[in-house]
Design a protein around this ligand. Structure first.
Ligand SMILES: C[S@@+](CC[C@H](N)C(=O)[O-])C[C@H]1O[C@@H](n2cnc3c(N)ncnc32)[C@H](O)[C@@H]1O
Length: 293
């Protein structure tokens, strides 16, 4: 990492422009308290591009012919790769013990599940293991999609090799049951688990990338809204609501809440946890442009 004295200063003007542009393109808030963090995260990108100021980097992101490529690298840099298997276990248990059986009792169709900020993939693998534990993974048409805004994270999720830290909450015996150990000591989920998951890159603030994936019965969108502004969360959740069928379930992270945002979801207690359910009258105002599911 560059030392503070080696990097150009993040001037007030450059900070404001970059903060607003990043908020608009990623949903992430870097308020005054995170200004130094933002400078740290951007400084290596700025240096590696041979730029001498953050303002030049702003112009690059806005106007350069290769701006999309620069955004992709920036998403990788802003990503916080903190996740592990069986995180908030009660939600995987609610999926396997309540949501999935109810779905199959009601409908013949596939159960579509989306891990919307999948990071390195532990969440999607946990979903597959949870359904396998109750015998619902095979033969019932379970479709698991996993996406992240960072290409680097999606590449790591696809590669699916995990070290000790990812297993810190895993129930005893599950690693041996669902993973093979590679010669380098890392663990890889069994092929029949991996084969249920389709990976892609999708930025949550881009409706055209979200709508096809959000046409799902269950969305796990956990520990990403903690970095977003309220407006960004509301807009993402409204996009979800346009595509999710009525009664579909949305799981958020433990410290995340929609209750103050006035969106079309009802909070319900389920098993030992909570879930947001797309309410029956959701999206009436946008019924004409809702994606039919
Ligand atoms: C802390 S991880 C959460 C991983 C997992 N959902 C969990 O709860 O353990 C946050 C992830 O959100 C992703 N992310 C941040 N902004 C995003 C956006 N605008 N669109 C899609 N993913 C985003 C990051 O790349 C990162 O992988």
């Amino acid at each position: 990492m560059l030392q503070h004295h080696d990097r150009p200063p993040l001037t007030d003007a450059a900070y404001t422009l970059l903060r607003d542009l990043i908020l608009q393109r990623t949903g992430m808030v870097f308020d005054q308290g995170k200004r130094d963090l933002l400078a740290d995260k951007l400084s290596e990108l700025v240096a590696s591009l041979g730029l001498t100021s953050f303002l030049d980097y702003y112009y690059l992101l806005r106007y350069d012919d290769a701006a999309e490529e620069h955004w992709a690298r920036l998403m990788d840099r802003l990503s916080v790769p903190e996740t592990y298997f069986w995180r908030q276990a009660e939600q995987f248990e609610a999926l396997a013990d309540i949501v999935a059986p109810a779905h199959f009792a009601r409908k013949q169709g596939a159960l579509r599940i989306w891990s919307a900020a999948c990071c390195t993939g532990e969440e999607a693998i946990s979903i597959a293991m949870a359904l396998d534990r109750v015998g619902l993974l095979e033969g019932r048409g379970v479709q698991i999609r996993a996406s992240d805004g960072s290409e680097a994270m999606v590449d790591r999720a696809r590669a699916a090799t995990y070290g000790e830290r990812s297993f810190r909450q895993m129930p005893v015996g599950w690693r041996e049951r669902y993973f093979d150990q590679a010669p380098d000591g890392r663990w890889r989920p069994l092929e029949r688990i991996r084969d249920h998951i389709q990976y892609s890159v999708a930025n949550l603030v881009r409706p055209e990338e979200v709508l096809p994936l959000a046409a799902a019965d269950v969305i796990f969108c956990r520990n990403v809204f903690i970095y977003f502004s309220d407006d960004a969360i509301r807009s993402v959740v409204e996009t979800f609501a346009r595509a999710m069928p009525r009664g579909a379930h949305l799981f958020l992270g433990a410290s995340e809440s929609l209750t103050r945002l006035g969106v079309d979801f009802d909070l319900q207690e389920m098993g030992k946890g909570f879930v947001y359910v797309r309410s029956a009258n959701a999206g009436l105002a946008t019924a004409t442009n809702r994606v039919t599911t």
